[in-house]
Design a protein around this ligand. Sequence first.
Ligand code: F3S
Ligand code: F3S
Length: 105
Amino acid sequence: TYVIAQPCVDVKDKACIEECPVDCIYEGERMLYIHPDECVDCGACEPVCPVEAIFYEDDVPDQWGDYYKANVEFFGDLGSPGGASKMGLINKDHAFISALPPQAG
Ligand code: F3S
Ligand code: F3S
């Protein structure tokens, strides 16, 4: 799977959403999350993020390793919705994202 990391927090550019052929990039309150089971590893999202927040799972920088877990655990209570657009804004974040101080602006 691909993973969204810290640069997305409080930015949420959403250019990535337009590129994903399987609609598996879900919007939380402070960042977006890639569904680890729905992502087909096409990689189309990675180059379009203006803040370079998206990485293949094996390429996540060490300091952002927790974001792999955040992208997986975000879906712990959601299961596999099978499409982000119908879900819209999901009013939560992973607990460790919620605890971060403001990251941008
Ligand atoms: Fe976030 Fe970049 Fe997508 S800022 S919403 S990962 S385009
Ligand atoms: Fe979609 Fe990016 Fe995966 S475009 S299929 S989330 S690699």
